[in-house]
Design a protein around this ligand. Sequence first.
Ligand code: GDP
Length: 417
Amino acid sequence: PDHRQIRNSADNSPLQIFVKAKKKINDIFGEIEDYVKDSVHYMQELQKEPHILDKDAVTKTEEYVKKVHGIRDVLARDHMKVAFFGRTSNGKSTVINAMLRDKILPSGIGHTTNCFLQVEGSPNDEAYLVLEGTTDHCAVESVGQLAHALCKEKLSESQLVKVYWPKNRCLLLRDDVVFVDSPGVDVTPNLDEWIDLHCLDADVFVLVANAESTLMVTEKNFFHKVSTRLSKPNIFILNNRWDASANEPEFLEQVRRQHQERAIDFLVKELKVCTPKEAEERIFFISAKEALLARIAEQGNTSPSMSLAEGFQNRYFEFQDFERKFEECISKSAVKTKFEQHSQRGKFITSELREALDKIYNDAQKLRDDKLLQRKELHNKVNYTEQQLMVITQEMKQKIHNIVEDVEQRVSKALNE
Ligand code: GDP
């Protein structure tokens, strides 16, 4: 039953919008590729006949084969990318781990993320990491190993380490979501470099804030910079560590309202990236730590090992609600930004090809008409000559006949005389 449940939730997942669109557009490009190859083959055959095709048309069509192939390569690598930002220790790694349903990224004291970490599905179902600028696969079996491998290397904060994790362990990875964890926005003066290197192709940004304090200037600054570079970035705000609020239930509603209002103002009035109504769907109060524990317990079919604070269920529901809204947002956004360009180029190539084939057809038609005309002229000429010949023959016959008659008459006259 567990498998069935996972399968069902996979098929209902909003991520399927992207997955299905990717399959469909890939199939279409497969057809375009066949169509282009057929045309090239046809043109090469036709080129053996003189006068029908000019060489440029063939070379141009041959280039389309390469272009379509290139697009299919890019398409195969297209994914949905989400990047997490926030101050150190707000819980970025924990949020990612909770979403991945496993302790994949090292988190907590002593494991401050000091470089960019990207987690994506492994093509061969093995776990390994690759440091930027190298191609070496470094196998990792556990978080401990991963943390160790990261500490061992001297990494600069803008550097990227790619973690490849088995797709079969997580639906989000299977469905082409790529996660990027960043060093705290409070530790770097290089925000512009970060944005250029890691943010321009992100479909969704998640600001992991600390619900125990207000949004910091450093956190806000970062998103101000992002929104000058990207038009209307999709930003979610997670007020993490909301479990701490359980200690002070009397202020719960008031604190929540205050955070909510400020976060809405930030998205709507300061960044101007969404409407107040949209902003309501972008702000969540969660506890990543609890969500991760719940997920790990679910995997092992046990109940969470630590005692959970009051209100856990609500926070966990809100976390799941975030995941659903996030999935909807990222898959729609990625379809639009990634596939719109491909479909424009696909349309362009097919219409160019159609024009080339139309030209061949018209040229061939014209050639045929010319030949027909030539033949007709020739035919007329032959006819004329034949007629002339007939007339001449007729005349000759008559003349000969006359001569013969004349001779006969003369001869008989001579005889009579
Ligand atoms: P990062 O630096 O932003 O990646 O933060 P981490 O994910 O490493 O988290 C820092 C510490 O905060 C870890 O010890 C986590 O266990 C803890 N933590 C993360 N999320 C929560 C939460 O929702 N509630 C509580 N109480 N602790 C959390």
